[in-house]
Design a protein around this ligand. Structure first.
Ligand code: HEC
Length: 171
């Protein structure tokens, strides 16, 4: 094999890697809001479990590891937030930006995960509800509720002044 062959081979390889990255980035996250202002809950699941696994995200400051819910029946929780959301919490920005993700795991008393609830901020999705997209997943990714979920909103609206988030003041 001559030198030119190696150079060409390398160039093709780089091109393919770049293309693959581009495609993966596409399924990553921008493309989930379609023309009807719907977000694809399954694509979001793939993103938070495969594309950018949420278990690697930071936790809400001061809520590292397991802690108990303030709501009856007092489930055990874990709360992961992405870097955008962490920045909002740390720097008391008052409102989460587009792309902020809050992912709450719910466990039974014997620490078996049974539910994952997610808030994802997408500009234009629901201006009346601070543009939060709500999802409830089973641990295997099955979508139980998603979208502008009244059940979620009607309770979280109690903290609308804190951008619909209970866990701590972001102001
Ligand atoms: C009856 C009230 C209530 C309902 C209904 C409710 N939540 Fe919550 N949620 C809370 C409370 C209170 C917390 C703070 C953690 C705790 O103490 O349980 C919370 C925390 C969260 C968090 C972490 C961010 C935060 O606000 O602190 C997410 C994400 C979340 N809920 C998503 C959902 C989704 C999705 C639904 C609907 C499927 C939902 N919630 C329904 C009361 C509620």
């Amino acid at each position: 094999m001559n030198y030119m062959y190696h150079v060409k081979y390398w160039a093709v390889n780089m091109l393919c890697s770049a293309l693959l990255l581009f495609i993966l980035d596409g399924i990553g996250f921008g493309e989930t809001l379609n023309r009807e202002d719907k977000i694809d809950a399954q694509a979001l699941w793939t993103y938070i479990t495969v594309g950018n696994p949420y278990q690697n995200y930071p936790t809400w400051p001061g809520k590292e590891g397991f802690y108990e819910s303030t709501m009856p029946p007092g489930n055990i929780l874990k709360l992961y937030i992405n870097d955008l959301a962490l920045d909002t919490v740390m720097n008391k920005k008052g409102v989460f930006p587009e792309g902020a993700l809050l992912i709450k795991e719910n466990y039974t008393d014997d620490k078996k995960i049974f539910l994952i609830t997610v808030m994802y901020k997408k500009k234009g999705f629901n201006p009346a509800g601070h543009d939060w997209y709500w999802v409830k997943y089973k641990p295997d990714g099955e979508v139980r509720l998603e979208g502008k979920v009244d059940a979620c909103i009607n309770c979280h609206v109690g903290v609308a002044g804190n951008d619909y988030v209970f866990t701590g003041s972001i102001k």
